[in-house]
Design a protein. Structure first.
Ligand code: TRP
Length: 360
């Protein structure tokens, strides 16, 4: 049998999945599972970096697994597992950290962001290289033990690199915000391989979905749909909730003269429509915009129904699955077993090349 390329992706166990996750990732995962050896996991250890309430953590894990399955990830085709079910990851994380520089971790953009949040320093996130960045190191070192930047946050990229390298993944489908982490993963792999004169870790590449790469806008007239932006449509939203959110989406006063430029909030609604509605329908509303006959209320009604046509079957499936702990348990145990099989082998090889050998 021809060996398929290995695809790995993880999602942090925080909150429910939204349309951005669906169009940006999930929908593509469902396609990829036919062509690749796909391994999808819930990153509960990564979630710990922001110290969640212990009562929430496993609920979040269960939600995400359920949503993955409901959206069409097939446990017979892909491996679905929970990160903490693979203890080999934690051990390799310790080993790999011996070759990771504190400096390079501190310079990571996502670390600076999270460190600023942890210390309560406000900055304009649209300017990631603001002058404050130069002082963040000082702030961290000077911070007391109440307001601290935990070491787990600093070594987040090491853990992510291990997720990838322990599975010897070739392709990692992640969004733009994760590209720097992937770059670090490649660097760590190269460094480890050359230090120990081995070819243990393949260098993973980002898997972009080509033309299918989409940006899913939020409903608040600003940029991207995101958990922390509070502008999301969730897969689990009930019809009523979803309709209400769409009807309240930001627009403008409407075009005053034919062929007016489209404002960002309205463009966002068109973009959502392009993802969810039939091309003729999008065309019809664009023409109505151009000749000033558009009524945003009609557009929103249509958009809500077209989104529901996608999310409703997924929601129904989620509700059905979430009462079936037996099935979810079986999927995760089987996934963990497969993931551990590969992880244990990689860890064994890593220990061997590093010289951790039994001589007694
Ligand atoms: N850091 C990723 C995110 O926040 C989640 C993640 C953890 C991940 N480990 C990974 C993604 C390994 C891809 C591969 O989205």
């Amino acid at each position: 049998m021809e060996k398929k390329e290995i695809v790995l992706s993880g999602i942090r166990a925080t909150g429910n999945l939204h349309l951005g996750n669906y169009f940006g990732a999930l929908r593509n995962f469902v396609k990829m599972q036919n062509d690749y050896d796909c391994r999808f996991f819930i990153a509960d250890l990564h979630a710990l970096t922001t110290n969640p309430d212990p009562a929430d953590l496993h609920v979040n894990v269960k939600n995400i697994v359920t949503e993955y399955l409901a959206a069409g990830i097939d446990p017979e085709k892909a491996t679905i597992f929970v990160q903490s079910d693979v203890p080999e990851i934690s051990e390799l994380y310790l080993l790999l950290n011996m070759h990771v520089g504190i400096g390079e971790l501190m310079r990571t953009a996502s670390f600076k962001d999270k460190a600023r949040k942890a210390l309560g320093i406000k900055t304009d996130s649209s300017t990631p290289t603001s002058p404050e960045d130069d002082n963040i190191e000082k702030e961290i070192i000077g911070s007391d033990s109440n307001k601290r930047v935990n070491a787990g946050l600093l070594t987040y990229p090491t853990l992510m690199a291990v997720d990838i390298l322990i599975q010897k993944a070739n392709k990692v489908p992640v969004g733009k915000d994760q590209e720097q982490h992937l770059e670090l993963t490649r660097r760590f792999a190269r460094r480890f391989n050359s230090f120990y004169k081995t070819d243990l870790f393949p260098e993973p590449e980002n898997y972009t979905f080509g033309a299918a790469a989409v940006k899913v806008p939020g409903l608040d007239g600003s940029g991207k749909m995101g958990k922390s932006e509070g502008n999301c449509i969730y897969l689990i939203d009930e019809d009523k909730v979803l309709r209400k959110k769409v009807m309240r989406a930001m627009t403008d006063e409407g075009p005053k003269e034919p062929n007016s430029p489209v404002s960002l909030p309205v463009q966002n609604l068109f973009s959502l429509m392009e993802l969810t509605s039939a091309p003729e329908v999008v065309e019809q509303f664009k023409n109505a915009y151009a000749d000033c006959s558009i009524r945003y209320g009609d557009l929103k009604k249509q958009l809500a129904e077209d989104i529901l046509a996608i999310t409703r079957p997924i929601r129904e499936h989620i509700i059905e699955l979430r009462n079936n702990d037996e099935y979810i348990g079986r999927v995760l145990r089987q996934g963990a077993e497969r993931a551990r099989y590969y992880a244990a082998e990689t860890l064994r090889e890593a220990r061997e090349v590093m010289g951790i050998r039994k001589f007694y």
